[in-house]
Design a protein around this ligand. Sequence first.
Ligand SMILES: Nc1ncnc2c1ncn2[C@@H]1O[C@H](COP(=O)(O)OP(=O)(O)O)[C@@H](O)[C@H]1O
Ligand SMILES: [Mg+2]
Length: 265
Amino acid sequence: MNNTIPRISIKGLHKRFDDKIILDGADLDIMPGQSTTVIGMSGTGKSVLIKCILGLIKPDAGEILIDGENWLALPEHEQLQRMQRVGMLFQGAALFDSLSVWENVSFALLRRGLSQTKAKERAIEVLEWVGLHSIEDKVPSELSGGMAKRVGLARTICHKPDIVFFDEPTTGLDPIMSDVINKLIVRLHKDSGTTILSITHDMKSAAMISDHIALLCHGRVHRQIPANELDSDQDPMLRQFIEGKAEGPINCSIWGKQIEEAIQR
Ligand SMILES: Nc1ncnc2c1ncn2[C@@H]1O[C@H](COP(=O)(O)OP(=O)(O)O)[C@@H](O)[C@H]1O
Ligand SMILES: [Mg+2]
């Protein structure tokens, strides 16, 4: 593999819903083996960005290249084949209620025709990797939030994807469970060299799990920097976001009215 070609390259991505412009020419490159986190205010289009890459939302314009190839332009069976390289952890873990934990974890492998015995063995192995033991026969309703998230993480990586997306991996978790999840993501990145694209508004998590940070703002990736420059970077928008200030160059006009109304209430 030519290491000068980005694993993921997003070029001029546009997406609007009715008259609301969400992505307005977003560009982002992620090199193989990099762990990049896109940060930005709630509602700025971080999840929309990931959904566009996964083909769940059709962008209005722009290109998404994986290893230089436009997956979404491929015939459907080739798209599906390529997608086997991908793992995705959705914000709410999104486990299937009617399946056992192990069936959830090895879902992709079962769909590929792996035998039940082998799929269960692999599920147990990955569950142990995320620190969960003897829960393979439980159902999702028996799990705590932190356990469900770890089962979701196990499902994300069970088929050994080389590209993984994390949507708000720590949102809704207590600080200790957030730390557990962050550490597992770091371990995944270090052990397997997986290319990771995460999105979050949790700066502690972003700093911990990524080697690059990209700020999504006003529909574009406004700034992309190595994570170790987060504290020293003086970009005004980045500083405003990191320091959590309502005043500054980030235009909150889309939400401004609601914010003003909320303050006055
Ligand atoms: N399928 C959809 N239809 C209409 N609006 C949507 C849809 N998906 C997302 N949006 C809107 O796009 C904006 C960005 O959403 P999202 O990407 O989920 O934000 P976040 O940065 O918090 O992940 C929000 O205002 C949201 O309401
Ligand atoms: Mg989101």
